[in-house]
Design a protein around this ligand. Structure first.
Ligand SMILES: NC(=O)c1ccc[n+]([C@@H]2O[C@H](COP(=O)([O-])OP(=O)(O)OC[C@H]3O[C@@H](n4cnc5c(N)ncnc54)[C@H](OP(=O)(O)O)[C@@H]3O)[C@@H](O)[C@H]2O)c1
Length: 321
């Protein structure tokens, strides 16, 4: 049975360990709650990344107030926009510069780009939701890993949507242009959601296989009453009402859920609860989605993502078994 994360964290302290955390999407919702919990545990440096500077500064003041008495917390806001590849690359560079080489112990990604059931293109011509939700997580994880920004044994953790599959997804049509003419808004919404899950699962698995010196997790938060949690207002048709009701009945607060990602970040690698890299809202292990489980799909996606961000494709793209 998975451990009770809230209870387990009562006996965890990061004080004196000189841990550095980067929280992408840390001004609101789950990201801000993760930052708060890390500050309470005595994390020494926390970098909060998002677009809105005023909100960022408010979060920093709260983090400093939460740090344990007698400890010093260095908290910094790093501003940027992950909507296109230029913004994503600039974000990786700014975060590495701010934190310093080889220093990030925890990279937490909670930036939100949930599907809307429509195709809105970003500056690169890709589905904007896909860019924020999936491509930006790949770019940050890949660049900060390969450019030497991570500390030994670092944990990279994405809160998003593991375990689903979009059968027939092609790495050459990640924006699902082929489906737009025929799908209803609701149909496209479900396809985008399954596409995001497939892409996220696939590159998390590849990162795990390619860089075993670090740990890469993809977590499902369940229903959390954050800004994204209230984005059901933009959902198409009946989904809006179903989401509203579920959120009201079973939605957790961001702080209630945040203990789960913080447990994963601070658990030793030998802890059986963090063995699976795909975890549900109460730490139950999840299966990688069917599309992402296929090494051929992962190899094609890896090559495509490197291509999209203008990185050289390694000689052998297929590491996975
Ligand atoms: N809440 C749920 O019920 C739920 C359920 C399933 C999955 N999820 C996933 O979990 C993740 C976190 O959700 P949440 O509910 O905490 O979201 P949220 O409350 O909307 O917070 C999202 C964060 O991302 C930042 N952000 C959004 N667009 C950005 C951009 N273009 N560039 C940089 N930062 C950006 C926002 O700050 P700025 O606006 O200042 O940039 C904010 O700090 C999301 O990926 C979401 O899809 C959530």
């Amino acid at each position: 049975m998975p451990p009770n994360a809230a209870k387990a964290l009562e006996s965890v302290s990061l004080a004196g360990q000189r841990k550095t955390a980067v929280i992408v999407g840390g001004t609101l919702g789950i990201g801000a709650a993760v930052a708060r919990r890390l500050a309470e545990l005595g994390c020494s440096r926390i970098f909060v990344f998002a677009r809105n500077e005023a909100r960022g500064k408010e979060v920093l003041a709260v983090l400093k107030a939460l740090a344990p008495k007698g400890s010093t917390l260095e908290a910094q806001f790093v501003q940027g926009d992950l909507s296109d590849v230029n913004g994503m690359r600039a974000a990786a560079e700014a975060l590495q510069k701010a934190a310093g080489d080889g220093s990030i112990d925890y990279l937490v990604m909670t930036q939100s780009g949930a599907p809307k059931g429509t195709l809105i293109e970003n500056a690169d011509g890709h589905d904007r939701g896909l860019a924020i939700q999936a491509i930006s997580r790949f770019v940050l994880a890949y660049l900060l890993t390969t450019r030497g920004a991570l500390a030994p044994g670092a944990v990279v953790l994405s809160v998003a949507n593991p375990g689903r599959t979009l059968d027939g997804l092609s790495a050459d049509d990640l924006s699902l242009r082929g489906r737009v003419p025929t799908s209803s808004k609701t149909g496209l919404f479900f396809a985008q959601s399954a596409r995001d899950s497939s892409v996220l699962d696939a590159f998390h698995e590849e990162l795990t296989l390619r860089y075993p010196q670090y740990r890469y997790y993809h977590l499902y938060p369940g229903l959390v009453r954050s800004r994204e949690g209230s984005e059901y207002r933009a959902f198409p048709g009946w989904l809006r009402y179903a989401a509203w009701l579920s959120m009201k009945l079973v939605g957790a607060t961001p702080d209630k859920y945040a203990v789960v990602p913080v447990y994963v970040l601070t658990a030793p690698p030998s802890d059986p609860a963090v063995k699976s890299r795909f975890l549900g809202e109460k730490l139950a292990p999840m299966q990688i989605g069917k599309w992402a489980a296929d090494p051929k799909n992962r190899a094609a996606l890896w090559e495509k993502l490197l291509n999209i961000i203008g990185e050289e494709v390694e000689a052998s793209s297929e590491v996975s078994s």
